[in-house]
Design a protein around this ligand. Structure first.
Ligand code: TYD
Ligand code: MG
Length: 465
């Protein structure tokens, strides 16, 4: 006898599940986001070994492999023609992988993928008789895409376009065209005929993405999925998408700032937190291969509260300017504001500064900012933040040719961070002459052209200034 499927309610916003419907999601608090999903019936109702034996009678046992006897999969990688995108992907496109590119509407996802598609199509590595890329546009008409390509100055070449949103038709087209790379712009516009819910709902996004993942694996096609991010910062609905795909890239950038950062937050084939840097121009996205140069747009004069931090994004050291403003506060609870840094970390650092540096900030507003819209998440920024705060507090400018990094511990100790020598070399490369860094980060022979002060404690760092 056929069993009825189980009914489940899923939140369109966060993907949270509950057994009954409600107007408001208990997990994320979104209103009117709960949608009914019917789960396929379970086949085996008995549990335990007897249940498994019963199920085994109906299904064939899967093959068991011994790891030692399995030859590792040959990972086929090809450059997509845009070096910064190759970098975040971990060194190029992997055949059969699925890459999700998330970001706010209007940040440049379609632009990047159109540029990449043209580059792939033109690349001899991807040579294919009928065009290497199939670009599926669900948001714009072919004419609009063509206009954009013209504006970007792209050679149209053999690039194939389809304006379609039905997944069954898209996969049928792909199966006929056999592209090496399939671009879906965007996953939220797709729907499957098997479901009645609207495109963009959790069940549609999940089902269409699952079909695309299956297609990618079966045909060794690289699939790019564009996903819009909601105001709350989650990929609309599909948190679920993140673990279905191999690689998740996020497009970041601020309004009024031309720089665009593409960050890998998950990558089955490379390092996470790798960063690709672009600038949006009137002719599309331009690669920034030397990001230190742009994030370091400093005045030539020294200003109080400003310091240069050598941070690291993925495998690449990068110089950024950290600014602090410390000002007498009229408030009972002075303000603490960190832009591009962690707010709680700032509060902790100020406590360390008080306790181990003897400098109190409890009647001062403290604002800290990383210039250029960069977000620094690593603790190596600690020392730079404290020295910037101190510099502003004392209204004394630090030398312009000084670069710092280092983690500050709760006991006031300065701890070494990863890739110290790389960071020092990056600073020297950009003409910095002095550095204050943790003792454990100084290479034996020093670094040419750089006068390095190795410090063990916050007091030593303050004295070094
Ligand atoms: P788009 O790629 O359409 O964003 P998404 O697909 O992420 O929604 O980017 C559109 C924005 O980029 C739009 O605000 C205009 C700007 N833009 C340029 O500045 N220069 C260009 O050459 C192009 C094509 C777009
Ligand atoms: Mg778009």
């Amino acid at each position: 006898t056929a069993k009825k499927g189980r009914t489940l309610y899923v939140c369109n916003n966060c993907g949270g599940q509950s057994p009954k419907w409600s107007g408001r999601c208990a997990d994320c608090g979104a209103w009117n986001s709960i949608e009914q999903v019917v789960q396929p019936p379970k086949t085996a109702s008995r549990t335990g070994a007897a249940g498994y034996a019963g199920a085994a009678a109906q299904a064939e046992a899967a093959t068991v492999h011994r790891l030692a006897e399995v030859a590792p999969e040959h990972e086929v990688r090809r450059s997509c023609g845009i070096a910064e995108l190759d970098r975040v992907l971990g060194g190029g496109l992997v055949q059969g992988s699925v890459v999700l590119i998330g970001g706010d509407p209007g940040i440049g996802k379609s632009t990047l993928l159109l540029q990449a598609s043209a580059a792939i199509d033109a690349s001899p590595e991807f040579a294919a008789a009928r065009g290497a890329v199939l670009y599926v546009t669900g948001e714009e008409s072919p004419e609009q895409v063509s206009l954009r390509a013209q504006r970007l100055g792209l050679a149209p070449g053999k690039l194939n376009l389809v304006a379609e949103t039905c997944i069954e038709q898209i996969l049928a087209t792909a199966a006929a065209e056999t592209p090496r790379v399939l671009v879906i712009d965007s996953i939220q516009t797709l729907f499957t005929e098997a479901l009645t819910s609207a495109p963009g709902s959790v069940s549609q996004v999940r089902e269409t993405a699952a079909q695309l993942v299956r297609y990618a694996k079966l045909t060794d096609t690289t699939v790019f999925l564009v996903g819009h991010v909601t105001k709350e910062g989650a990929l609309a609905g599909p948190r679920v998408l993140e673990h279905m795909v191999d690689t998740v890239l996020y497009f970041e950038g601020e309004a009024g700032n031309a720089h665009r950062l593409v960050r890998a937050v998950k990558n089955r084939f490379g390092a996470v937190n790798e960063l690709g840097v672009f600038a949006m121009t009137d002719r599309g996205l331009r690669q920034v291969s030397n990001p230190s140069a742009i994030f370091l747009s400093r005045h030539s004069e020294a200003a109080p509260g400003s310091i240069v931090l050598v941070t690291r994004e993925g495998t690449r050291p990068m110089l950024v300017e950290v600014q602090a403003l410390v000002d007498q506060s009229p408030l009972a609870n002075p303000r603490r504001l960190a832009v591009g840094l962690e707010q709680n970390r700032l509060a902790m650092l100020l406590a360390v500064l008080h306790r181990h540096g003897g400098i109190a900030m409890f009647d001062q507003d403290v604002f800290v900012n990383v210039v250029g819209g960069v977000r620094v998440t690593e603790t190596a920024a600690d020392l730079a933040v404290l020295l910037a705060v101190l510099s502003s507090h004392r209204d004394r400018a630090l030398p312009v040719d000084l670069a710092v990094f280092g983690e500050v511990g709760l006991a006031g100790e300065i701890r070494p961070v990863a890739s110290g020598p790389d960071r020092l070399r990056e600073a020297a490369k950009h003409g910095f002459k002095q550095a204050i860094v943790p003792k454990g980060n100084v290479p034996k022979g020093g670094v040419e052209g750089l006068q390095i002060r190795a410090v063990l404690s916050l007091r030593e760092a303050v004295d070094a200034l």
